[in-house]
Ligand binder design. Sequence first.
Ligand code: SF4
Length: 260
Amino acid sequence: MSDLRVAALSAAEAAEANDRFAKSEPQEVLKWGLERYGSRIALSSAFGAEDVALVDMLWRLDRKSRVFTLDTLRLPTETYQLMDLIKARYGTNLETYYPNLDTVAAMVKENGFNLFYRAVDFRKLCCGVRKVEPVERALKTVDAWITGLRRDQATTRANVGKVELDEAHPGLVKLNPLADWSSDQVWEYVRAYDIPYNELHDKNYPSIGCGPCTRAVLAGEDPRAGRWWWESDPNAKECGLHVSDPLKDVHITIGGIGKS
Ligand code: SF4
């Protein structure tokens, strides 16, 4: 990866690019991103169906394309199995970011292993320690990042653009090449190229996060209903990677994470 920064896009340039790619296939967005940013762009992968499709697309465009992931240390066994399968198939040098272990230890000592079930504040603190702080480290190595966000995944994602300035991380650009794809389109691609995917998808887990915070959904339920299922507000169902100020209103502090 290069330390040389690529000039940031202005708001007008980002809007122009977003308009230009409005009806484009995901591969065109990725090709543009790779050409503009080179090793200063990476896919953030949690190994959902969207992410494995993007790993495959990137691999076909550039065998050296970068993929990073966050190992929260609470992922389901099936996700670790998939990570090994993807590494073996694509030869991906998976850049894996872990939480700060001292901070995890302090958080668990003070609040218990499964603190996230106690209240939204504790859940956000855990996501802050295990996801948000590590992703901040990962994003220091890029000028643009690629995500598998789709507009119809959640109310919180209804307006994502294919090219947008990252409001949560000023100076960075976010590419969401699958923004206008449906779940069916993603699965058509995954099956067409016989891409390994998380076994949990076959057990009614459309969206997969950490093991203790994900359950299968029932027929007719929202695809993200299985994430933090004990929480009732659908607008709060984000781990903090894609929102500004993820620890807003969290009044617990551990290792400098959270607010007093
Ligand atoms: S999804 Fe659950 S276990 Fe994973 S970081 Fe967030 S609160 Fe912690």
